[in-house]
Write a protein that binds this ligand. Sequence first.
Ligand code: ADP
Ligand code: ADP
Length: 226
Amino acid sequence: NSYLRLSGVHRHYGEGATKVRVLDQADLVVESGELVALVAPSGAGKSTLLHLCGLLESPQEGEVEIVGNKTSKLSDRGRTQLRRNTVGYVYQFHHLLPEFTALENVTMPQLIAGKSPAEANVRAMELLDILGVAPRATHRPAELSGGEQQRVAIARAAANHPRVILADEPTGNLDPGTSDLVFAALQGLIRTEGAAALIATHNHDLAKRADRIVTIKDGKVVPHSL
Ligand code: ADP
Ligand code: ADP
């Protein structure tokens, strides 16, 4: 199952003398349960690629398919709806709501999506458990360590069963030991849930633990080895 597929994607910014070509005939396929690490220098186009995969931006040419849905002809509204139903996003900084507990931070997106509080609680506890932070369910973000905060943020991103998980430097703010722990938790979650994951990271040790490493070269997404 190819949950994420980019074919012949072209994306540039600006025109004429200021034109910056970021992606040109770029292809990428990520399968269910697969974790792909994206390693490239600053300015190479990692954020652009993640935004295209997350349907926040559209390519000038080519197709982005999420769980078999072609997105090039979707309206903005269709795109937003597909993003909400299929994509989970993990940021470098956790963005948890400070006045709510870990559990509430993970139930909230589910309640917004129309689940009952009981269902949302069961799912939230399941995720906190997979990520090893169930004992912290009733704590507020400020009472959690950086690694715990980030694992709760991953649980929140996964709350509505996204088929595609995108992460931009998810361990960029953590010390090496904690980064390991958080990455392992994320990897376990992706396996358990069968999501397709694309993770941009500067951490080569972590990238090596992914199923594949890719980089961006001459506008293409190409295999990379470290
Ligand atoms: P990375 O995430 O790898 O640092 P980006 O995807 O942010 O790279 O940027 C890739 C290139 O595209 C850079 O040269 C950047 O300056 C340019 N770029 C990104 N977004 C825009 C934008 N909205 N307008 C103009 N140029 C942009
Ligand atoms: P800020 O940078 O102000 O904290 P956000 O928290 O909204 O803004 O997003 C952080 C970055 O992640 C932004 O560059 C945003 O465009 C990107 N982003 C947010 N959601 C998604 C998504 N679903 N797919 C891809 N990129 C996303």
